[in-house]
Design a protein around this ligand. Structure first.
Ligand code: ARG
Length: 490
């Protein structure tokens, strides 16, 4: 990247300017260091715009052909990493237009007819988000399918369930994994909703008030695969709601991954020993030879902070802005790119880590022995024998206190003694203090009954496949992309 002070001829708005700008103005103003990530979408948008201009008789066919051919060479150079990005040319839009002018001369000057950078950046961001959110939905679908598959394999593996991080009642490993999968599918729903809403074309809104030239907004929209056009030119160039929605989905998604990360950190510790994380996702200590630290699980927690920060950065940038475009809005891009990049990386690492994690049956069963996880089930038995629940609760609580003092458990004491102390039938107690039986008795929708967990795992696999198909559909290239790829003529 060159960082020479912008000379008037380099600036596409330089007509009325005699002097070069102050170097710091240029440094602060320039966004090309990061908005070059929009290059593909910018070129696709320009191809659609030029094609519409030609069809409307605003742009001669020969100039259109030169523009499309020139944009193809620009994109080839960008892809190959040999495009000379220039800070003096400020942003991605002006870099590409100026490069086009360098290559094809005068016809390049007709591309920006009936367009402003304000509607241009708005369309670029929608196209970028559409591709990127479709990818996110695909990553979520993959994670949900890994969770479904692992849940199916562990549907019958009892483990302690926790409230307040204290042992509470038995669940199964499969049930826990499917709980996380539910959150993932809600995240996917938010992403797919956002995709529907953002898929309209702002092109034609101009700087803020449309254009006097006879453009066809529907034509550009359809070349870009949009389902329609925005309905108010001021709103179209001032609106960044879709970025906020996407980043809010990313922030919540990152929080969901953070909660998975925290459980993995806990469960992989020697204190729990419930799961072994594959070496590929851990690192050693430079000092302590025995260490295998769950860095990736920790970073799922750590990264969520920056994604939340990205969302807040954008909301704060927008909150005081009058309509329509203001330069503050250029600050939307770094947090947007960071949030979605980070979320995408975390989704992929979570899926791969969970696919390779090994759950430890022995440690899980041992943990079930302590903690009186079946105390509620015993109270339920007393209820079945017509005792009011509050009385049953008190009775079982007193028994638990007694056993804690004696450092023993329901299991060690045995069904007969427990039954005697509670004044109920031995058979009743035997049914209530066996973990596997206790799980099978939770036979209702949403509960950890192992057979139900198996069926829910199968249903989750299908739901994840549906998300994957919908994500995939959003990735189909639009007509303007196919022109760029040379699959369609201009
Ligand atoms: N780089 C600018 C941005 O992202 C493009 C729009 C500039 N528009 C303008 N009127 N200066 O916000």
């Amino acid at each position: 990247m060159t960082d020479a002070v912008g000379k008037a001829p380099d600036r596409l708005w330089g007509g009325g300017y005699a002097e070069a700008t102050h170097p710091l103005v240029q440094k602060l103003n320039a966004s090309v260091g990061y908005d070059q990530a929009l290059a593909y979408d910018d070129i696709v948008g320009s191809i659609a715009h030029a094609t519409m201009l030609r069809d409307q008789g605003i742009l001669p066919a020969a100039d259109h052909a030169a523009i499309v051919a020139g944009l193809r060479t620009v994109w080839a150079d960008i892809q190959a990493g040999r495009f000379g990005w220039s800070v003096a040319r400020e942003d991605v839009h002006m870099n590409i237009e100026a490069a086009l002018r360098d290559r094809i001369g005068e016809p390049a000057g007709r591309l920006h007819t009936a367009r402003s950078r304000n509607d241009q950046v708005a369309v670029d961001e929608r196209l970028w988000l559409r591709r990127t959110l479709a990818q996110m939905a695909g990553y979520i679908a993959r994670l949900a399918s890994v969770l479904a598959e692992t849940a199916r394999a562990h549907a019958h593996w009892p483990m302690p369930g926790y409230t307040h991080l204290q042992r509470a009642q038995p669940v199964t490993v499969g049930h826990l994994l499917l709980a996380h999968a539910e959150a993932q599918l809600r995240d996917a729903g938010r992403v797919l909703d956002c995709l529907e809403r953002l898929n309209v074309s702002p092109l034609g809104s101009g700087a803020l008030a449309g254009t006097t030239l006879p453009i066809d907004r529907d034509k550009t929209a359809s070349l870009l695969g949009f389902s329609g056009t925005t309905r108010n030119s001021l709103d179209a160039v001032a609106d960044r709601d879709h970025l906020v929605e996407a980043m809010a989905a990313a922030a919540l998604g990152a929080v969901h991954l953070s909660r998975i990360g925290e459980e993995l950190c806990l469960f992989a510790s020697a204190e729990f020993g419930f799961v072994r994380l594959p070496d590929a996702f851990t690192t050693g200590s430079s000092l302590m030879p025995q260490k295998k630290n769950p860095d990736m699980a920790e970073l799922l927690r750590g990264k969520s902070g920056r994604v939340i920060g990205d969302l807040v950065t954008l909301l704060v940038a927008l909150k005081g802005l009058p309509l329509a475009y203001n330069k503050d809005m250029q600050e939307d891009k770094e947090p947007l790119f960071d949030a979605l990049q980070t979320w995408g990386d975390c989704l992929q690492v979570t899926a791969d880590m969970l696919a390779a994690a090994q759950w430890q049956k022995k440690a899980l069963l041992a943990a079930l022995d302590k903690g009186f996880l079946l105390a509620t089930d015993l109270a339920d038995e007393l209820v079945r024998a017509a005792m009011p629940f509050r009385t049953a609760h008190e009775k079982v609580a007193a028994l638990v206190a007694e056993l804690v003092a004696q450092n023993t458990t329901f299991g060690k004491l045995g069904a007969a003694r427990v039954a005697e102390k509670l004044g109920v039938d031995k058979a009743v107690v035997a049914g209530a203090i066996d973990v596997r039986k206790a799980l099978r008795r939770r036979d209702m929708a949403g509960a950890p009954h192992p057979g139900r967990v198996s069926r829910e795992a199968a249903a989750m696999a299908k739901r994840a496949a549906k998300v994957s198909a919908r994500a995939h559909a959003w990735l189909a290239p639009c007509a303007a992309e196919r022109v760029l790829a040379g699959e369609l003529g201009g």
